[in-house]
Design a protein around this ligand. Structure first.
Ligand code: NAI
Ligand code: MG
Length: 372
């Protein structure tokens, strides 16, 4: 019976549609367990650019920092990425992640039993898959372009005497690598005691340092089985034998790409939640940002086709990691499983015999299951 404040950043595209259903489910939890959730809703992404001229305002960042947790939808709008956007909606994410130092992005991938046949992969390959990708979130290639530019980390298109050239910088300090590896090893201790560190050490200097640090940290965890894997081989093994993985730890861009791939193990992009954690403490635990791994999906926005389960499972992670409400988080996962077992599916999981419902109906079914 606690009181908690949650900053809600719905964003644009399908962001507001799926976030609304996550809130419906959180309200069902509040009723069932007699908690009070106070929501502070703020604009981010396209909505904030239109209203405030920035992807996220300093005031919103401040409100995020003062809350117990942040529930994020998605941002992106419609862009052809030709550099013509003055302000990119995605800047909101970078500012939040960097500003609040959310360096560890946890992305669990556990296909539901009743969804194995919804995947493009064979059920017998998927059976028993239960892995966690720990993606480094505040370093690597993503941060060269910050305004003002960070000295020594160029990310730009520039004019030379031979024509234009473009540069991005992949830079990691030993400290950044070590802290994300420790998150992976500590997570593995609570799971199946295995860590796979993914890099491109045959080509990249940043990966050579990554591997050196990984080997050193691994020696401190003799109870955890450890392996190094090159990222291209990892992409293949994820589809060949996903059950061979427990915790996968990797740098920012590799983690981004590998988890879009891994979403196909779970049947859809609309199924995978995430938690972004740092070191900032709150009265109830660690401040975290919780969001589906998918983007704003402009191709299906406004049509009631978006699967809200990734957002709903992100709310479950919020309860678990930032509010310390483990039973409540498990209750949400259970309600999602039961709703899928009952045959309900959004459009992205269409298969023979499924009962196709829209975004809102899926949220309502899951919330109702929680209150049965
Ligand atoms: P996306 O993840 O938005 O969509 C990829 C594909 O998956 C689309 O076909 C979409 O319809 C489908 N999809 C995604 N979420 C779904 C859901 N919940 N239910 C059913 N189908 C779903 O990636 P895309 O199209 O490459 O990017 C769109 C925009 O989103 C871009 O501007 C990108 O920068 C941004 N983005 C934002 C993220 C965030 O806010 N954290 C993360 C990834 C992309
Ligand atoms: Mg992605």
């Amino acid at each position: 019976m606690g009181n908690y404040t949650i900053t809600v950043l719905p964003g644009d595209g399908i962001g507001p549609e799926v976030t609304e259903q996550a809130i419906l489910v959180l309200n069902a939890i509040a009723r069932r367990y007699q908690h009070t959730f106070t929501y502070h809703r703020r604009l981010v992404g396209v909505a904030a650019i239109e209203a405030e001229g920035v992807a996220i305002s300093d005031e919103s960042l401040e409100i995020c920092q003062q809350s117990d947790a942040i529930l994020f939808g998605a941002v992106g709008g419609i862009s052809n990425y030709d550099g013509s956007d003055k302000v990119k909606p995605e800047e909101a994410l970078f500012k939040l992640r960097k500003g609040l130092q959310f360096f560890a992005n946890l992305r669990p991938v556990k296909p539901l039993k009743n969804l194995l046949s919804a995947s493009t992969l064979k059920p017998e390959v998927l059976q028993g898959t239960d892995l966690l990708v720990v993606r480094e979130l505040t370093g690597g290639l993503y941060y060269g372009h910050l305004e003002p530019p960070v000295p020594g980390k160029p990310s730009e298109i520039r004019q030379t005497e031979h024509g234009r050239e473009a540069i991005d910088t992949l830079i990691y300090t030993e400290t950044e690598i070590e802290r994300i590896l420790r998150v992976a090893f500590d997570s593995a201790r609570d799971r199946k005691q295995k860590v796979t560190s993914v890099d491109k050490a045959n080509v990249l200097s940043s990966s050579v340092l990554w591997r050196q640090v990984a080997n050193r940290v691994a020696s401190e965890y003799p109870d955890v089985t450890f392996e190094n894997l090159l990222v291209d081989a990892c992409a293949m093994h994820l589809l060949r034998k996903p059950t061979s993985f427990d915790v996968i730890v990797t740098e920012n861009l590799f983690g981004d790409i590998l988890t879009d791939e891994a979403s196909m193990l779970a049947g859809s992009m609309g199924m995978l939640p995430s938690a972004s954690l740092g070191t900032h403490k709150t009265a109830h635990g660690r401040l975290g940002l919780y969001e589906p791994i998918h983007g704003s999906a402009p191709d299906i926005a406004g049509q009631g086709k978006a699967n809200p389960i990734a957002a709903i499972l992100s709310a479950a992670m919020l309860l678990q990691y930032s509010l310390g409400l483990k039973d409540e988080a498990a209750a949400i996962e259970d309600a999602v499983t039961k709703t899928i077992e009952a045959g309900y599916r959004t459009e992205d999981l269409r298969e023979a015999g499924a009962r196709i419902i829209n975004t809102q109906q899926m949220g309502q079914k899951i919330a109702a299951t929680l209150l049965q």
